[in-house]
Each structure stands twice: as structure tokens, then as C-alpha cells.
Design a binder for this molecule. Structure first.
Ligand code: NAI
Length: 342
């Protein structure tokens, strides 16, 4: 997809972070943008930020407040977009996401349902609700569309690297990567494609996601406290700026890239994929060989990016901050060093 002017975008999670950056950048490129988010206040602020950044009209930004895991509400929102903007999106960007850190053996049904619900089910909902509408409205034959259209999901490097403290999240992200590869191939005859964006760290508000976790999914096995949230905020403050991230995504869509690893130096992305694939190869080795390889890798200072679960610099934590990725103190079946002491 190369021409965005006058076209329609539907961006999930548009109230904050990466999705808000995407809404700004694609509105500036001349698109009318629908932004979907569960937080009404965030949506309200997002509309004025988008209008200011893009210099567009308020009427070109359509805020839709609903829970993206609610299929009925999502279908109603899709109908609203068609009614207000005159058609389904040309560009569907599925970016909403949440995370909760804790040893995977401590994760509860609520942890799985919340994290996989937002990170995987919402993506499935968007694909099932929108893709048929997009094909009917804009799909062509023999690889030439009537009008250009494209599907994007914001995944994570977590899709490719193992996540002992992000099990549900990494599983959901690995699933969406694979799904997007399927859609990229399947949409070819209609003249469209798909892109999956895998950032490593974004300067966003995802560290606060536990605060608005739905009431009915709050039975977590993970240790969550003000101190944990402070650590996460500090961690994400070092991430890529959402506007820069959205510009990299835009270039990826224009160039028809199916997988976008948003590093300024593409070699960093290539190295990370290579390292992740190597680790999968080690899983085929004997336990002893595999352990040796993993230890060598951990000690290897030439690794490009430290893993989240390494907690590389505990001394850099802000005051009052606690380590993240621990289980609740009372889960006494979890190994003591993986449990919170507080
Ligand atoms: P963010 O927290 O700033 O924005 C996420 C938005 O999604 C929020 O406005 C939130 O209200 C919304 N949301 C959450 N659950 C929802 C639901 N059920 N229905 C409707 N809206 C919902 O987070 P961020 O970092 O911008 O996250 C965007 C995407 O980037 C996510 O998919 C995340 O997994 C991914 N990502 C984030 C990284 C990071 O370092 N922050 C790294 C790699 C990927």
C-alpha cells in the first residue's frame, strides 16, 4: 500500500502509546482514522493530540470506546465506521495489547484470559470482522486491488524470544506473527498484504496496564505492586518513540514488508532473529548441550539487546521500585527465588 490520502484507517489501542503514534502519522498522511480503545479519557485526549499533530479536522478522527475482546461491540463499531466514513478501513492496524510479568508456572486463568484475550483474541476479532468487508469493498483479482488495502498487527520481539516471565504474552504474540504470515499469503490474489511489527521496547504506558485490568480478571498469580509498576515505567521510558516507530511501520507498509523489526540498524533486527532461531535449534540438542549453549549466550557481551528477564541493572531502578517478573508471595509451590518477599 503506497497511497494513504483520503483512505480510512482503523487503529486499535489508539488511546495511547504505539497506536496513538500510528494514528498521528497516518492522519498526517491524509487518512481518516478510527481509533478504538477501552479507556474513554485516553480516547478523548488522543483525538485532540491527533488533530494537533496532523493538522486534520476533528471529523476525520472517529473515537470508538469499547472492549476489543467483545465481538458484539466490535461488530457494532465496524458498522459505525462504515456509516461515518462511508466504507470499511483500507488499513487495519491492530495494536492494542497488555502484559503481566510473572513466572509462567504462577500464571492463572485470569492472567491467560486477560493477556491472550487482548493480544490474540482481539486480533482474531479484527481479522474476522474486517477482512471480509475489506475484500468485498476493495479486493481485486489476479493480484490487482480495486483500491489498495492492508492489514497490520503490532506484535513484539517476544514472539520470537522465549519468555519465562511472559508466557501468555509471548504465546499470544507468536500466534499473531504466524497468523499475519498466513494473511500476507492469503490476501495476495486480492491485491493486498499484511505486515507484522515486532518492537522490542516502546516508550508507552503499557507498564500501567495492570491498573485497568478488568475487575473480573484480577485473580493474578503475579506479584503486582506500586514498586513493580515503578520498575516497569522506568523500563519503558527507554523505549522507541511512538512517532518514530509509526514512521518505520509506514515505510514497511509502503515497501510491502511482511515482518518489520523497528531498529534503525536493520542488522540488529537480523541478529536478534538469528539468535532466536539459534536458541530453537538448541532445544533439539541434549539437555546438557542446550544448557551449555544457553550459558555461553548469557555470558556473551556481544549480544545486541539484553533480555527483559535478565534484569540487567537492578541498581538503576527508581526509588521504591521492586523487581518485576516475580510470583505472588503466597504461592508457596513456586521456587522461593521466583517469589516476591513483599
Ligand atoms: P499502551 O498501554 O500505551 O497502549 C495500549 C492501549 O491498548 C491502551 O490505550 C489500552 O487502553 C488499550 N487496550 C488494552 N486493552 C484493551 C481492550 N480490551 N480493548 C480496547 N483497548 C484496549 O501500550 P503500547 O506499548 O503502546 O502497546 C501497543 C502494542 O505494542 C501492544 O500490542 C504491545 O504488546 C506491543 N509492544 C509493546 C512494547 C513496549 O515496550 N511497550 C514492546 C513490544 C510490543
Amino acid at each position: 500500500m503506497k497511497d494513504f490520502k483520503g483512505k480510512i484507517a482503523f487503529i486499535t489501542g489508539g488511546g495511547s502509546g504505539a497506536a496513538l503514534g500510528q494514528a498521528k502519522v497516518f492522519a498526517k498522511a491524509g487518512m481518516r482514522v478510527a481509533i478504538a480503545d477501552v479507556r474513554r479519557d485516553a480516547l478523548h485526549n488522543a483525538v485532540s493530540e491527533i488533530v494537533d499533530y496532523a493538522g486534520c479536522k476533528v471529523a476525520d478522527v472517529l473515537p470508538l470506546c469499547f472492549d476489543l475482546t467483545d465481538r458484539k461491540a466490535y461488530t457494532a463499531a465496524a458498522d459505525t465506521v462504515e456509516k461515518v466514513f462511508g466504507g470499511p478501513p483500507h488499513l487495519l492496524i491492530q495494536t492494542a495489547g497488555v502484559n503481566s510479568f510473572g513466572p509462567v508456572e504462577s500464571s492463572t486463568f485470569d492472567d491467560y484470559d486477560w493477556v491472550m484475550g487482548v493480544c490474540l483474541d482481539h486480533v482474531v476479532n479484527g481479522l474476522v470482522i474486517f477482512v471480509p468487508r475489506m475484500i468485498k469493498a476493495y479486493g481485486g483479482t489476479d493480484g490487482v486491488p480495486k483500491e489498495e488495502f492492508h492489514v497490520v498487527t503490532t506484535s513484539s520481539m517476544g514472539a520470537m524470544i522465549k519468555g519465562p516471565t511472559t508466557g501468555p504474552y509471548s504465546a499470544a504474540k507468536a500466534a499473531v506473527n504466524n497468523l499475519m504470515y498466513s494473511y500476507a499469503e492469503s490476501l495476495k490474489p486480492y491485491g493486498a498484504s499484511a505486515t507484522v511489527l515486532c518492537p522490542y521496547n516502546i516508550n508507552s504506558n503499557i507498564g500501567d496496564a495492570e491498573i485497568y485490568r478488568p475487575e473480573n480478571l484480577r485473580n493474578t498469580g503475579h506479584h503486582v505492586s506500586e514498586g513493580v509498576l515503578a520498575s516497569l515505567r522506568a523500563l519503558y521510558s527507554h523505549g522507541i518513540n511512538p512517532i518514530e516507530l509509526a514512521e518505520i511501520l509506514k515505510e514497511g507498509i509502503e515497501s510491502g514488508r511482511i515482518l518489520v523489526l523497528p531498529f534503525r540498524d536493520v542488522n540488529i533486527g537480523l541478529r536478534l532473529v538469528h539468535e532466536a532461531n539459534e536458541e530453537i535449534e538448541w532445544y533439539m540438542m541434549t539437555a546438557e548441550e542446550c544448557r551449555k549453549k544457553q550459558e555461553e549466550r548469557k555470558a556473551d557481551k556481544t549480544r545486541y539487546v539484553p533480555r527483559f528477564d535478565d534484569d540487567p541493572n537492578p541498581n538503576a531502578r527508581p526509588e521504591g521500585a521492586e523487581p518485576f517478573g516475580l510470583a505472588r508471595k503466597d504461592l508457596d509451590y513456586v521456587a522461593p527465588h521466583k517469589r516476591s518477599q513483599n
